[in-house]
Design a protein around this ligand. Structure first.
Ligand code: BGC
Length: 251
């Protein structure tokens, strides 16, 4: 039997990445195509970049589903927030906008939530009971809350406020903060310690999973953290968003 396939496209604050995915195995079937997220991330520019990624994948069979992940709250096809993209996405019919622009149907959801789906189906959260909290450390901080394998969507835990600084967690502790402030692993890990301590206090999870591009360097910073809760890198690292977006096709 031919394996089930779908295309996943993961729109991030810095890059837009896509691939054809084998949904039986949760693996990429093609090389990853990546373009830079256009400056300002205006809707039309992002649509054009998504079109380019999709075209470069050369998937001409229209029956192959397409999942698109976006870095904002997504409810009933609308984007409701815009932390690292143009404010035009706030309260915007984004799913329909992509469908009209691409001339085909899509599945549409938050980027961290789909990374959570990928890790439940094919990665570090597979078969894991209790509360799993996946965070993606990138331009922003995304979160996926999973209880007994079921996703509770749109948790937005990157925007926990740091009362004393009047800034949110992602401004202080995302990977972009490390780059912006040229922090070394130790200085960044101190910020992550604050963040994961706070999440641990609020949620008492059974497992933390760390995704985002920097998760490939997990050995440089995860051992520096002292937590009660086990903390592991996402098995699919920065591809969890692509795989999870494709997996939306499975419902
Ligand atoms: C957004 C989230 C997103 C995360 C990671 C945050 O700024 O509010 O919706 O999941 O960045 O991209």
């Amino acid at each position: 039997m031919a394996s089930k396939t779908a295309v996943g496209i993961d729109i991030g604050g810095t890059g837009i990445k896509g691939a054809l995915v084998d949904l039986d195995k949760g693996e990429l079937l093609t090389d990853r195509v990546k373009v830079a997220t256009p400056q300002g991330a205006e809707p039309q520019d992002v649509l054009d970049a998504v079109k380019e990624v999709f075209a470069r994948l050369e998937v001409t069979d229209t029956s192959v589903p397409l999942g698109v992940a976006f870095p904002a709250i997504v409810k009933n096809g609308r984007t409701l927030s815009a932390a690292n993209v143009s404010k035009k996405w706030v309260d915007f019919e984004a799913e329909k906008f992509f469908e009209d622009g691409l001339g085909r149907g899509i599945h549409f959801a938050n980027d961290a939530d789909v990374a959570g789906i990928a890790e439940v189906r094919y990665g570090a959260a597979r078969g894991k009971d209790g509360l799993v909290l996946l965070t993606t450390l990138g331009t922003g901080i995304g979160s996926a809350l999973l209880y007994d394998g079921v996703l509770i969507p749109n948790t937005e835990l990157g925007h926990l406020q740091r009362a004393e600084k009047k800034k949110d967690a992602e401004f202080y502790a995302a990977y972009s903060a490390m780059e912006r402030e040229e922090l070394d692993w130790k200085a960044w890990a101190e910020r992550l310690q604050w963040y994961y301590d706070h999440l641990e206090l609020l949620f008492s999870p059974d497992l933390f999973i760390v995704g985002g591009g920097v998760s490939k360097h997990a050995d440089d910073f995860l051992p520096l953290l002292k937590l009660r809760t086990p903390i592991v890198p996402a098995v699919h690292r920065n591809n969890a968003g692509i795989i999870g977006a494709a997996a939306l096709a499975l419902g």
